[in-house]
Design a protein around this ligand. Structure first.
Ligand SMILES: [Zn+2]
Length: 303
């Protein structure tokens, strides 16, 4: 299984246009769904849709993810607080009730995510919509330079200092990095646009800049999808090939508490089959108490 699921594109534009309609000319499962622009903030995507929930297509899932942040571009072109913000997000997600929103899709296990480290590459990021191959090549480059081994359970989040002219907010994909099939996400710098994030004015929300909060919301969306449907379209997707985050894009019902942090975050809801709704707190852990203790590092998962 080496086929890369490529072709980000603005397919979600199709889905956005198609909201509330039974659409038969759907994107193919082999195509990666980008996080589309927020042209439809408000009610959950599920409203009026024929598809009820996510279906397990039995492909790879990533129960115990390791996250790596790669900052591509000149530091001064990013929001000044992006690195501490993203680090806090990726660290605090582990053992959070928000991460537990994906437990019901983990085939009996409990999801964990461990933030490993960051890399900085000050070279110029792509000026136009990068393909998954371009992002995979960037991951290969930084790992090779730092002599870090690739990890099949990793999600390499590539943050670019720029926002090329694209019609999405972020995407994730899978592919080969130095001989290992793994996960990548592309999260461009959305600090200059309000189409990828809308501040909901929750009290005590994270003290980071608008741009960093936007980037964090996009990163959370892609990370949870990269764990539940790492090779897009082969694991948990609905009949429209929407993933867990796509069904609840830009739906914020309350602020999200992360592990060990005083402030809260504005992170979008995720689709729960059990609740038949967009949720921000895991449903399995609420129902199935007492839960097994979280495992810090787990079994290896190969697809
Ligand atoms: Zn998505």
């Amino acid at each position: 299984m080496r086929s890369i699921r490529v072709g980000i594109a603005g397919l979600m534009a199709l889905a956005v246009v198609g909201i509330g309609h039974e659409s038969s000319n759907l994107p193919t499962p082999s195509t990666e769904m980008g996080r589309a622009y927020a042209t439809h903030v408000g009610a959950a995507h599920s409203t009026g849709k024929p598809s009820v929930g996510l279906v397990d297509k039995k492909g790879k899932i990533v129960v115990n993810s390791k996250t790596y942040a790669i900052y591509w571009g000149k530091p001064k072109e990013f929001p000044a607080d992006v690195q501490p913000g993203v680090t806090a997000l990726l660290t605090g997600l582990n053992r959070s009730s928000y991460l537990a929103t994906i437990d019901e899709y983990m085939r009996g296990k409990q999801a964990t995510t461990q933030y490993v480290r960051s890399f900085v590459d000050v070279s110029r990021p792509p000026a136009t919509d990068p393909t998954p191959q371009v992002i995979l090549a960037e991951v290969r480059k930084v790992l090779r330079q730092a002599a870090v081994k690739p990890d099949a359970n990793a999600v390499y989040l590539v943050f670019s200092s720029n926002l090329p002219k694209v019609d999405y907010c972020a995407w994730h994909a899978a592919g080969d990095v130095l001989g290992v099939q793994t996960q990548v996400a592309y999260v461009p710098n959305t600090s200059g646009t309000s189409t990828c994030y809308r501040a909901a004015n929750f009290p005590n929300v994270s003290p980071y800049s608008f741009g960093t909060r936007s980037i964090a919301d996009n990163a959370a969306h892609e990370l949870l999808e990269a764990m539940t449907d790492p090779i897009p379209g082969t694991s948990w997707v609905d009949s429209n090939f929407e993933e867990i985050g796509d069904k609840c894009d830009f739906v914020y019902s309350s602020a999200v508490a992360l592990n060990g942090q005083r402030n809260v975050w504005q992170l979008q809801s995720q689709w729960s089959n059990r609740a038949k709704a967009c949720v921000q707190v895991g449903v399995v852990s609420q129902i199935a108490l007492p839960a097994k203790p979280h495992r810090q590092s787990g079994s290896k998962h190969t697809s």
